[in-house]
Design a protein around this ligand. Structure first.
Ligand code: SF4
Ligand code: SF4
Length: 257
């Protein structure tokens, strides 16, 4: 087996839900740490105080721009990580932290939270609030295969990560209209109702199984887009689905999942 890659979890302004989702892989997480990745930076899990050099940085949370340390930490992460992953809705689009503007009780000076892509270049965006545990696991395995795998594994890993890389290139702004253009109007909506449940101002209601968005109410927090499982659907890789699933299954010792 090739050398393990180094992975860090960088915690900006978020609720720790993404880290909990990573931990929810249970034995799958141990498998990743045994075979593929060394965790070199993670608040509360690793006794390292300064951002080290690493292959992959999983960044959770948005950045408070009144907090100089936070701004420096995200810039240092970019300098020291080969691949930066915006993990979850807050890092990707601001999500609920957009709604925190106006200050918080014990840190009233913290009033502007930006998704990390507004400050640094992001390579991979993995939305969701939080992203599913298997999705985080898959990104970790695919990052390993992209950096250390055979040529064939590298090609499949690139195919898996392409939609998430394209999402990073798309930018950090998402609103109810984007959900309408990119998902609903493309016929990709499966009527799960996640967008309606995630909207903090109740601008989305499900009518006959389809989301109806009240644009006047939308505060453009991006939560619905971050949560929608179809917002990063990509037809370019659909024909690779079986090979990618087999590759992940083999890597995790499950024979396909
Ligand atoms: S529709 Fe709701 S969840 Fe979606 S961006 Fe607007 S306010 Fe946020
Ligand atoms: S979250 Fe996405 S797939 Fe689910 S109902 Fe909303 S738009 Fe449709």
């Amino acid at each position: 087996m090739a050398n393990k890659i180094t992975v860090g979890h960088v915690h900006m302004s978020g609720c720790t839900g993404c880290l909990v989702s990573l931990a929810d892989n249970y034995e799958g997480l141990f498998k990743i740490l045994d075979d593929y990745a060394d965790l070199v930076y993670a608040l509360t899990l690793v006794d390292v105080r300064h951002v080290p050099e690493m292959d992959v940085a999983l960044v959770e949370g948005s950045v408070c721009i009144q907090d100089e340390n936070a701004v420096e930490e995200i810039k240092e992460t970019r300098r020291k990580a080969k691949v930066v992953v915006a993990l979850g809705g807050c890092a990707s689009y601001g999500n609920i932290t957009r709604f925190c503007r106006g200050g918080q009780w014990n840190q009233p000076q913290h009033e502007s939270y930006l998704p990390i892509g507004d400050i640094i270049d992001v390579d991979v965006t993995l939305p969701g609030c939080p992203p599913g545990s298997q999705a985080i696991r898959n990104v970790c395995v695919m990052a390993y295969l992209l950096l250390q795998g055979s040529d064939e594994q590298k090609a499949l890993a690139a195919a898996y990560l392409t939609p998430l890389m394209n999402l990073a290139k798309r930018g950090t702004e998402a609103c109810g209209c984007d959900l309408m253009y990119d998902v609903i109007n493309q016929g990709l909506c499966m009527g799960c109702g996640t967008c309606a449940a995630s909207c903090p101002v109740r601008a989305i209601t499900m009518v006959y199984g389809k989301p109806q968005i009240d644009r006047d109410m939308c505060i453009k927090c991006g939560a619905c887009y971050a949560q929608c499982p179809r917002s990063f659907f990509n037809f370019d890789v659909i024909n690779e689905f079986e090979s990618i699933t087999e590759l992940i299954g083999a890597a995790m010792g499950q024979g396909g999942e």
